[in-house]
Design a protein around this ligand. Structure first.
Ligand SMILES: Cc1cc2nc3c(=O)[nH]c(=O)nc-3n(C[C@H](O)[C@H](O)[C@H](O)COP(=O)(O)O)c2cc1C
Length: 312
């Protein structure tokens, strides 16, 4: 089992932070299947400081479960202040984003752009670790591009700053999501620090988990897209056994997820934001294309529940 600072987590397999996916309703569903902990979506530190209502909603604490809030930004002072807000809102861990490859984020020198500027990255790591009493973790990629694979170096800097765990997505920023996650590279990070290191990227079942852990020598793994429409993947990974999920079980999960979404966002946004999850839940079931085209046009909660009951 991994210790993140003083926190002991029960499973070494964690839900990855994903913008537009790992919102409060999703985290509430995934936690039923016992990942080591759940991560929020990436939160813009500046927006948090300005008390932006939508942003404050994004840091809602997952009930009775170890939860990390991930912060993005490039101003050390603002990142420190934002981390304090998260700690006060009940976060158990602050995670710093140095992996996001999206243009809008890296053009503002945040996300994976920080890997190109180790000086600024250090200032941010120092500021956040000094600002809070809870453990701070870091998520990053291999480096900016193939000519700058500096994750092992940043990992050492991070450990010296008091970071308690590091996750490596085995791609460079310039790769975005192309190619395969380089699990073997993660070994270079693992060997450069004493704190726990997690491997991330392209882990979707027990087989790929085993290979990723073997190749990376990592202490655990973080799973993102492999949990799309399959929140029970964490139970499968924890027990090393694939689960047989029948449609009735799936339907209960889906209706629960929908209800949480409606309560969290209200009807209009709740229905809209739930569609992608419903698409994932119904993937590879016979007639799912037809089902998806129906749900994408549906704006009525009662009708949507009827369609779900009917399909599953
Ligand atoms: C839709 C989407 C949103 C993401 N948002 C974030 C984010 O907010 N913060 C972050 O560190 N990584 C983010 N990622 C990257 C994932 O956390 C993860 O590193 C990546 O998807 C590789 O892991 P996987 O193959 O298990 O999905 C996102 C990925 C996807 C697909």
């Amino acid at each position: 089992m991994i210790n993140i600072g003083d926190l002991k987590i029960k499973s070494n397999f964690l839900l990855a932070p994903m913008s537009g996916v790992t919102d409060y309703p999703n985290r509430e569903i995934v936690k039923k299947f016992e990942p080591g902990l759940v991560f929020s979506e990436m939160i813009a530190s500046r927006a948090l400081l300005s008390q932006n209502e939508k942003t404050l909603k994004m840091i809602k604490k997952t009930d009775n479960y170890i939860s990390a809030i991930q912060l993005a930004g490039c101003d050390a002072k603002i990142m420190g202040e934002a981390s304090k807000i998260c700690e006060n809102s009940g976060a158990d861990i602050i995670d710093i984003n140095m992996g996001c490859p999206v243009k809008k984020v890296v053009n503002g020198f945040a996300g994976s752009a920080l890997m190109k500027n180790e000086g600024l990255a250090t200032k941010i790591l120092e500021s956040v670790t000094r600002s809070v009493n809870i453990p701070v973790t870091l998520k990053m990629r291999k480096g900016w591009d193939d000519n700058s694979l500096n994750a092992p170096n940043i990992a050492k800097i991070a450990e010296n700053c008091g970071i308690k765990m590091i996750t490596i997505h085995g791609r460079t920023r310039c790769q975005m999501y192309k190619g395969r996650s380089d699990w073997k590279f993660v070994k270079n990070v693992k060997r450069s620090v004493k704190i726990p290191v997690l491997v991330n990227g392209d882990i979707t079942n027990n087989k790929s988990l085993k290979e990723a852990l073997r190749d990376s020598e990592a202490d655990g793994a973080m799973i993102g897209r492999g949990s799309y429409g399959r929140p029970w993947i964490f139970q499968e990974l924890n027990s090393d056994t694939p689960l047989k999920i029948n449609n009735s079980f799936k339907k209960d999960i889906i209706l629960n997820h929908l209800q949480l979404s409606l309560e969290h966002y209200g009807k209009e946004i709740g229905l809209k934001s739930f569609r992608k999850h419903l698409g994932w839940y119904s993937k590879s079931i016979i007639n799912s294309n037809e089902f998806r085209s129906k749900i994408n046009q549906c704006t009525d909660e009662v009708k949507l529940k009827y369609l779900i009951n009917d399909f599953f």
